[in-house]
Design a protein around this ligand. Structure first.
Ligand code: GLA
Length: 393
């Protein structure tokens, strides 16, 4: 498809301004999580899809030990430094930290590259809950593996890309994003149990349901304290519950009955956080069963209930996210919707019968503008494949 090649062509035209070297093309997708919100770091299950949008790159080796890094999203900000100077949190918050982190963890594991030119172009909005950061981490790990001539196990690549985020960038995220990206498969939703590490690709028939992504227009800062604060709150709830349930290792191990019996030992905010996790675990289980049976309506209803819980109990929604979910779920043919990603802004994902697509777009755009005074648009996706090498023209 011509439009999909454009980001790669942009990388290539910038590549031509560099001294000539052998060039390789790469792509890593973004992801949308449909069910299992804030479950990965609580040992729960998640149900994400990889998207057909993500990060494109042209990369090649150089022999002077330098990293030369450019991104179409940050024109004029060319980074050039010795690869040996990459250090965790070298520049916290910088756009390049995610790329550097992926390169750093991969080279710590597999040994250094002799030097690297890397030119990026993402067609995924950044800081919008679609994992633009994990997409570049996964891409960077894939680039190092390929240029060293390795063909590593996918689990190792997931682990290295995840370490880029936790060790290099310093966000205490779980393994959802990197797993969703590396295990992306067309026309399926991944059901991944983050404790048991079991995976299953559950079909989502595009004749029955397509994924609509709507941007609130409000960006969020994942590295900001809010995400790490939720992780700390869940850890505190776990520690308090462990005094009464010594056998549990994560919040996912707590049953609803135990929580109802013991929640008086938790401060009210922690009661809410724990209740979200316990109920979301059951909801994801139920949603996965529904989808296995081809029951998209029940799966979608779980998404909408998940959003309510994220709003009321986990408190990571915003008025704009709520307005989009409200508008989306008012349309006949929309099965359900919720904020995707960590929350605090960003995008909503909804699943919609294809025949309702036009009515859905019209209603959501108009209602969102009326409720918030902001503009949105609807982008349509079907679950797509994971990172891959691209043939260069
Ligand atoms: C972010 C994190 C993930 C996960 C989600 C919430 O995307 O990077 O690890 O915790 O938020 O489900």
């Amino acid at each position: 498809m011509v439009t999909k090649r454009l980001p790669l062509m942009d990388c290539l035209s910038r590549w031509q301004e560099l001294p000539s070297r052998e060039a390789h093309g790469f792509f890593a997708p973004g992801r949308a999580n449909l069910l299992g919100a804030h479950m990965d770091y609580n040992g729960g299950a998640v149900m994400p899809v990889a998207l057909s949008k993500g990060t494109y790159a042209v990369a090649g080796l150089r022999d002077d030990g330098l990293l030369h890094l450019e991104s179409a999203q940050f024109p004029g900000e060319v980074l050039e430094l010795p690869l040996s100077e990459l250090r965790p949190q070298r520049e916290p918050g910088a756009w390049s930290a995610y790329v550097e982190g992926g390169l750093w963890t991969a080279m710590e594991r597999w040994g250094p590259l002799p030097g690297l030119d890397l030119i990026l172009h993402a067609d995924l909005p950044m800081a919008k809950g679609l994992s633009s950061s994990a997409s570049v981490e996964c891409l960077a790990v894939q680039v190092v593996a390929r240029l060293l001539g390795l063909d590593p196990d996918t689990d190792l690549m997931i682990h290295l890309a995840h370490a880029a985020e936790t060790k290099y960038v310093g966000v205490r995220c779980g393994i959802l994003d990197q797993t969703a990206i590396f295990l992306g498969r067309a026309d399926t939703v991944l059901h991944f149990d983050c404790l048991e590490l079991t995976r299953e690709h559950v079909p989502l028939d595009r004749r029955e349901a397509r994924i609509a992504i709507m941007d609130t227009g409000v960006a969020r800062e994942l590295a900001s304290s809010a995400f790490n604060q939720r992780v700390s709150e869940c850890t505190r709830a776990l520690v308090l519950l462990q005094e009464h349930l010594p056998g549990i290792t994560c919040l996912r191990d707590v049953t609803l009955e135990d929580l109802e019996r013991l929640e008086r030992f938790l401060p009210p905010v922690l009661q809410n956080r724990a209740r979200h996790v316990v109920e979301e675990f059951a909801r994801t289980d139920f949603g996965a069963d529904a989808l296995r049976l081809g029951n998209v309506a029940d799966f979608g209803a779980c998404m909408t209930r998940a959003h309510e819980s994220l709003r009321n109990l986990f408190e990571v929604s915003t008025p704009e996210l709520d307005a989009l979910v409200q508008a989306a779920t008012e349309v006949d043919g929309c099965y359900g919707g919720r904020l995707t990603g960590a929350g605090f802004g960003g995008c909503v994902a909804a699943i919609v019968h294809p025949e309702a697509a036009t009515a859905f777009e019209q209603h959501v755009i108009a209602q969102y503008a009326e409720a918030t005074g902001r503009q949105t648009e609807v982008q349509w996706f079907d679950p797509a494949g994971g990172p891959r090498e691209l043939e260069l023209p």
